[in-house]
Design a protein around this ligand. Structure first.
Ligand code: SF4
Length: 229
């Protein structure tokens, strides 16, 4: 299977945010979101067997593992890999972009599934049948680039009663890659929020105004390491 990187870090997103986590980032993605911060994972990677991946994961000594991408479900070998990781009793998270069928994934795997909003440019690629295949402990994530995205996400959450389907619905303001790339350390310290396409404070006010049962999520790893990925 083609693997872009395996590394240990602090989980920056989802309800596991703040926990040490081993990440297995698989190469390749079938989407091209406007705000994508992992373009380097579209092509780059090395071929590894399941056994080699497991060996690297063991060396990192962490009970929480996340398989991410790119889009990890593009590679067939991800299924035996998930099976082996579960056998070794890791708590396993799978980040998936919501466009591919999630039905073959074990219920023991916690899926963090995107629903792509209009300004991602990928909204039409969603596989809506996936909503019937989620388990209560799975998580749904909306990345918001604009007020239009927020209003759209709100209507989908209400119409499809997503907060009853899964324990956690995450809303996450999209990061503005261009302004962040230009920021020096002083700017980062002085006005980090300006680097979002949609200011978190404004999203927080909308959530409270609308009594929306969601979790506002800021990407913790960007605050800790000021990294754009
Ligand atoms: S699904 Fe994820 S990796 Fe793929 S283009 Fe969108 S943001 Fe990038």
């Amino acid at each position: 299977m083609k693997v872009n990187e395996i590394f240990k870090s602090i989980q920056g997103e989802s309800t596991c945010a703040g926990l040490p986590c081993t990440f297995i980032r698989l190469t390749g993605c079938n989407l091209r979101c406007s705000y994508c911060d992992t373009q380097y994972a579209y092509e780059e990677g090395r071929k590894l067997t399941t056994r080699e991946i497991l060996s690297e994961v063991r060396e990192l000594r962490c009970p929480l593992v996340e398989i991410t991408g790119g889009e990890p479900l593009l590679q067939e070998e991800v299924y035996p890999l998930m099976g082996e990781l579960l056998k070794e009793n890791y708590k396993l998270l799978l980040e998936t972009n919501g466009s591919l069928d999630i039905g073959r994934t074990s219920p023991q795997v916690i899926k963090i599934m995107d629903i792509k909003c209009p300004d991602s440019g990928m909204c039409a690629r969603m596989n809506w049948k996936n909503l019937e295949k989620l388990n209560p402990k799975d998580e749904i994530k909306f990345v918001l680039s604009s007020q239009r995205d927020y209003d759209w996400a709100k209507s989908i959450i209400r119409e499809k009663e997503l907060d009853k389907k899964v324990t956690t619905v995450l809303v996450s303001p999209a990061f503005d890659k261009k302004t962040f790339a230009k920021a020096d350390d002083y700017e980062v310290a002085a006005g980090f929020n300006l680097r979002y396409k949609l200011e978190p404070k404004i999203v927080a006010e909308w959530i409270l105004r609308d009594a929306l049962n969601v979790r506002l999520q800021l990407q913790l790893h960007k605050y800790i390491w000021k990294q754009i990925v």
